[in-house]
Design a protein around this ligand. Structure first.
Ligand SMILES: [Zn+2]
Length: 266
């Protein structure tokens, strides 16, 4: 099944079906060609989140909606929809220059009962993944920039690696073992890292329309009882906002319960 999905994805005209694809293309620099295989593909459930298997066995259906790379002008409308639908979500945030005007929205994210997760300060692969030291310096800078807007930055212990935990772009900068070392260090430092098993592919080139985003999600989600859905709340992902009510309706109609990442069943 994984091979089938992967093959289908690679054949889909080279579309980058993965996290942060647009940002990678923008930030990796001229000449740094980004291939689909460089980024984390849909992980196997077996290695993705062991505790989720319990829920699979129990037949419960859970979905954690996640939004990466915000906040941006699209975060407010997303929060409005989540409030209207009474649905929690998790935001893996960035504090790069183009996010800074929107950081006050972090207060509302927490006040509305959503989870804030750590993603990156700069989101620049060449800096973040130059070494493990550079990675943790980026996380420290991220938490410092979040501090004025969140209750307790040290309480933010969930992180999502840029490009996902098995990306290979990082190898260009930090060597082939950097992700393995970072995952070990994250665990030692008390962090939980999480990828996804459902992708909206909303950061892919060509700005997919709302119907395509919904279709991408349903394609990945329909055979899973526990879904961690990767979406983006950047200024470029207007169609994610447009698709969100229908995405939520699909999960409700199919019997899923919504939760934040930290509240996924244990
Ligand atoms: Zn990202």
């Amino acid at each position: 099944m994984q091979l089938t999905l992967r093959t289908r994805r690679l054949l889909a005209g080279g579309l980058l079906a993965l996290a942060c694809a647009a940002a990678v293309l923008r930030l990796a620099g001229p000449g740094a060609v980004c291939r689909a295989g460089d980024l984390t593909d849909i992980p196997d459930d077996a290695g993705f989140l062991p505790r989720a298997q319990t829920a699979e066995a129990d037949g419960q259906k859970w979905v954690a909606l996640t939004f990466d790379d915000g906040p941006s002008r699209n975060t407010g409308p997303i929060l409005d929809i989540l409030a209207e639908q009474q649905v929690p979500a998790t935001f893996f945030v960035v504090t790069a220059e183009n996010n800074e005007n929107w950081l006050p929205l972090l207060e509302r994210i927490q006040a509305d009962g959503h989870q804030i997760g750590l993603h990156s300060c700069t989101h620049e692969y060449s800096k973040v993944y130059s070494s493990t030291t550079d990675f943790w310096a980026d996380i420290k800078a991220l938490k410092e920039k979040l501090a004025p807007y969140v209750t307790d930055p040290e309480a933010l212990t969930w992180l999502r690696f840029i490009g996902g935990s098995t990306n290979t772009i990082s190898h260009r900068y930090g060597g082939s073992r950097i992700m393995t070392r970072l995952k070990e260090q994250a665990e030692e430092r008390g962090y939980h890292s999480i990828d996804w098993n459902v992708s909206a592919e909303d950061a892919a080139g060509g700005h997919p329309d709302a119907q395509t985003i919904l279709r991408n999600i349903v394609k990945d989600a329909k055979e899973r009882n526990v879904c961690v859905v990767l979406m983006h709340d950047t200024k470029a992902t207007d169609t994610t906002v447009e698709a969100l009510p229908d995405i939520i309706s699909w999960f409700k109609e199919n019997g899923y319960q919504f939760c934040t990442v930290e509240n996924l069943p244990r």
